[in-house]
Design a protein around this ligand. Structure first.
Ligand code: 5AD
Ligand code: SF4
Length: 476
């Protein structure tokens, strides 16, 4: 027993010395990180900046002066990958002028394209998958010794729980907190379970501690992030065995409550909810606490039950309507947004019209809308033909976007004439005479300045609107 501990101790000491040596070598170097895709990627980049800071790297917003450039990539749709490739080609030009510059790919494209990016196209020196960020200082060091460095191992445990993110591009008011990683849902169109691995929850204590720390540093809004927050569960194994019978388990509703209690002045948002898992408990917790925002992002993907079945979403049109009814019953003023995919495999015109009719019935306040793009390895790529012609996909998408634009405008028009509690985020992009911030329903409001600072709550009387923004003025 003793020898075993001794060995472990020695190993750890060895690790520590190596990190110290590395950080000596890397101190004073500059890191530039660029993020693509979902909020989770932006949040991961802040973990990456923290790990690299411990190894001596300072972050810079200027890629030209950087010693290491890392692109945190997205693989969800083909066009996201194309954008990253174009950017890598641009950085290659910089590298010709400065051959010591290290260029790395992180995130969801890492696993998919490691050999292609490193060997065939020679676009990058380093590739690290979403669970390999602790290894980044070593990987950078390996590149320095002339090797190509890769780590795309996915983990069942990694949650980066104890790492305090370095907030990048921050307004000092709102921040992301990652509460879980990976996804087990296997929606047939989606590449995420392959690129980000199995679902695992982060311990509630470190989440609450991060929220406290953010509040103490002046932040006033946190967004809890997970691919499917409703399946957040702590202290339970994947086989549903309780790890420690003495300890209570924590589900998402309970976690929300713990974070809401951090401080009534800290607003809570979360994303993404899953219609198959969203419970009334979560809705009741939202209704109970004024500081949990009245806004739910509930991706429907399609309004037709057969398409939903082919998508492997785990619910029907009727089930989805039941969840919408529950939201309206428990929180009549709650805003609802969604994700919709047009032209999934085998989608007929009648099935597409079911999506339009579902939109007409729900009247979403906001939506992210896409046409289907086949992703390698997914269930859909293996089982179904991508048979809706591109022009048809785009026509259906345009129809969906037009319907949504009208609904977003109606939703904002309803806000006109009312007073909204808005958290000031900073100056408006268009004018330094104006400030902007969101109401609880997540709509951006713009109003003339009246001496308030970022992070203050103000009451704004809305006088006008567009489909995207509310305009108004601060009232007492
Ligand atoms: N094609 C088009 N849209 C997709 N999404 C995920 N995978 C695909 C795909 N292969 C959309 C879904 C999801 C959002 C994040 O991206 O609507 O909810
Ligand atoms: Fe992808 Fe479905 Fe998981 Fe969302 S829930 S990340 S769409 S597999």
């Amino acid at each position: 027993m003793n020898t075993e501990h001794q060995l472990l101790g020695d190993e750890r000491q060895g690790e520590a010395t190596m990190v110290e040596q590395l950080s000596d070598k890397l101190t004073g170097k500059k890191l530039y990180v660029e993020s693509y895709g979902c909020q989770m990627n932006f949040s991961d980049s802040e973990i990456v900046a923290s790990i690299m800071a411990q190894a001596g790297f300072e972050t810079t917003r200027n890629s030209e002066e950087a010693d290491v450039i890392l692109l945190n990539t997205c693989a969800i749709r083909d066009n996201a990958e194309q954008r990253v490739r174009n950017r890598l080609t641009q950085f290659q030009k910089d590298k010709r002028e400065n051959p010591n510059k290290i260029i790395g790919v992180l995130g969801c494209m890492a696993e998919r394209l490691k050999s292609q990016l490193l060997e065939e196209e020679k676009l990058v020196d380093l590739v690290a998958g979403p669970d390999a960020y602790r290894d980044l200082p070593n990987l950078v060091h390996e590149v320095g010794t002339g090797q190509k460095a890769v780590n795309v191992l996915l983990s069942r445990e990694e949650t980066y729980a104890e790492i305090t993110p370095v907030r990048l591009d921050t307004n000092g008011v709102s921040a992301f907190i990652s509460i879980m990683r990976g996804c087990d849902n296997m929606c047939s169109f989606c590449v995420v379970p392959f690129t980000r691995g199995r679902e695992r929850s982060r311990d509630p204590e470190s989440i609450v501690a991060e929220a406290h720390d953010l509040y103490n540093r002046g932040y006033r809004e946190v967004t809890l992030l997970g691919q499917n927050v409703d399946s957040y569960r702590w202290n339970i194994t994947k086989k549903n065995e309780i790890i420690d019978a003495e300890k209570e388990t924590v589900n998402f509703a309970q976690l929300l409550e713990k974070v809401a209690l951090v401080n009534p002045g800290l607003r809570i948002r979360f994303s993404t909810s899953h219609p198959k898992d969203m419970t009334d408990d979560v809705l009741h917790t939202m209704a109970k606490y004024e500081n949990i925002c009245e806004y739910i992002h509930l991706p429907v993907q399609s309004g037709n039950s057969d398409v939903l079945h082919r998508m492997n979403r785990g619910y029907t049109r009727e089930w989805y309507f039941d969840r919408i009814d529950a939201i309206r019953r428990i929180m009549p003023d709650c805003a609802i947004s969604t994700d919709i995919i047009a032209g999934f495999c085998g989608e007929t015109e009648a099935e597409h019209q079911d999506t339009v009719s579902l939109m007409q019935a729900v009247k979403y306040d906001f939506a992210y809308m896409f046409f289907y793009s086949e992703r390698p390895k997914t269930l859909a790529a293996r089982k179904f033909e991508d048979d809706v012609p591109e022009v048809e996909k785009k026509r259906r998408l345009t129809e969906i976007i037009d319907v949504q634009m009208a609904h977003s405008l109606i939703s904002n028009q309803k806000a006109v004439g009312k007073i909204h509690k808005v958290l000031v985020e900073g100056d408006s992009r268009r004018s330094s005479e104006h400030q902007c911030g969101r109401n609880t329903q997540n709509v951006m409001c713009v109003f003339p300045k009246k001496g308030n600072k970022s992070g203050d709550y103000v009451n704004v009387k809305v006088t006008e609107c567009t489909a995207a923004t509310l305009l108004g003025e601060i009232v007492e």
